[in-house]
Design a protein around this ligand. Structure first.
Ligand code: HEC
Ligand code: HEC
Ligand code: HEC
Ligand code: HEC
Ligand code: HEC
Length: 248
């Protein structure tokens, strides 16, 4: 392609991107924001992450090395729950009376001494098949889980926090992401900072922002393995937003 041809192709791309973002914003095709299906076992992230201090990667073991974060096998749960059985005693500071946990009982029934079935967890977050979403690229660039998933550690029952629509993805790739925002989103840093835009907030501005930023800067070069994420003029981590980056 000649230099001239290359440049004339860009407005077309922008129009395409704008149209696609509008389409995806209004069709609500894959958006199930807020969805909170009943799970086969009422698994409390609150207890395991907040009270026991477990790391997300203990159970979602592949989030930093694979596109798919992974779900814990029953055996992972039973490492503890063979000992922490359905009969729960009183615990100082937690509860005053002993009780029998029907939820742990269900877990033990799935396990059946190792011969049982996996727990049929109901999938909550899902992008369409034609979208490529690599967890490890985000996690290794320092995007905290909670930026996209909300403060899971405080959810008695998990729900879909962000829209997961195209405008949401492109908006972050374009406007960038700072470590401070990630810490605030995760609940680790002072939340009174006014620079924070909560992940999952409506993205109406994405189209205009995409157009203006595209006009100002060339597309970032494709990233290579092991390199630092690219940053924009204000030092925010950005990512590619050409169609092929996210679409097969
Ligand atoms: C002890 C194991 C364990 C730990 C630790 C854990 N999770 Fe989970 N997670 C699960 C299980 C089991 C489910 C499925 C049931 C549910 O939705 O609660 C799940 C579900 C999820 C889902 C929804 C999956 C879907 O279908 O879309 C997200 C998102 C998630 N966890 C994020 C996190 C984050 C972020 C952390 C750390 C703050 C974390 N988890 C820590 C076991 C764990
Ligand atoms: C590191 C140890 C550990 C692992 C791994 C673990 N748990 Fe737990 N779990 C606990 C402890 C400790 C409690 C709190 C028990 C209490 O309050 O008496 C608990 C509580 C629970 C409860 C709440 C019971 C109730 O009635 O309130 C459920 C349900 C549960 N776990 C399911 C799971 C499942 C499913 C997995 C695997 C995805 C899992 N746990 C993995 C240690 C663990
Ligand atoms: C940049 C946003 C983003 C970040 C950061 C992120 N996720 Fe996700 N997560 C998603 C999207 C989008 C999906 C749906 C992916 C798909 O359908 O392939 C998802 C899906 C999941 C699922 C369901 C997968 C399944 O197979 O059922 C789990 C569990 C999960 N994420 C856990 C985590 C954990 C733990 C972290 C941090 C270590 C994390 N995520 C970081 C956006 C994110
Ligand atoms: C909160 C910010 C944020 C959100 C939301 C987000 N991303 Fe990313 N994305 C990033 C960052 C940062 C990188 C890492 C760039 C790097 O390593 O150079 C990245 C990398 C990627 C990559 C790897 C290729 C590349 O450009 O480096 C793909 C593919 C991708 N994201 C797809 C998606 C999709 C699809 C969604 C929406 C479902 C999404 N992202 C949502 C911040 C985000
Ligand atoms: C950063 C990731 C990302 C980039 C870059 C991206 N898309 Fe998407 N796109 C998505 C996601 C996620 C969806 C599915 C969710 C939705 O429909 O909003 C999607 C959906 C779509 C859809 C279907 C909309 C619908 O409602 O059915 C079209 C068409 C589309 N994209 C075209 C494009 C074109 C053309 C480009 C390049 C100009 C592009 N996309 C760039 C992430 C991306």
């Amino acid at each position: 392609m000649t230099k001239r041809r290359e440049w004339t192709a860009i407005p077309g791309l922008i129009a395409l991107a704008a149209a696609a973002i509008l389409l995806s914003a209004y069709s609500g095709a894959s958006s199930s924001q807020g969805s909170q299906p009943q799970q086969p076992i009422n698994f409390p992230h609150t207890v395991h992450v907040q009270r026991l201090g477990m790391n997300c990667l203990y159970c979602h073991y592949a989030a930093n090395k694979s596109p798919d974060p992974g779900m814990p096998a029953v055996g992972t749960c039973m490492g503890c729950h063979l000992i922490i059985g359905p009969q729960r005693p009183a615990i100082a500071g937690v509860r005053t009376a002993a009780y029998k946990s029907t939820e742990i009982e269900k877990l033990v029934n799935y396990y059946k001494g190792g011969a049982g079935k996996p727990v049929p967890w109901v999938r909550i977050h899902k992008v369409p098949e034609y979208v490529h979403f690599p967890h490890m690229r985000h996690v290794n660039a320092g995007v905290t889980c909670q930026t996209c998933h909300g403060q899971i550690q405080k959810m008695p029952q998990v729900y879909q926090y962000s829209s997961l629509n195209m405008g949401w993805c492109v908006s972050c790739h374009l406007n960038g992401y700072s470590d401070h925002e990630g810490q605030v989103a995760a609940g680790y840093a002072n939340a009174d900072s006014n620079v924070v835009t909560p992940a999952g907030a409506p993205q109406q501005a994405a189209t205009a922002a995409a157009t203006s930023a595209n006009a100002q800067q060339p597309l970032p070069a494709p990233p290579g393995a092991g390199r630092q994420p690219a940053t924009n003029a204000t030092g925010r981590k950005v990512a590619r937003y050409d169609c092929a980056n996210c679409h097969y």
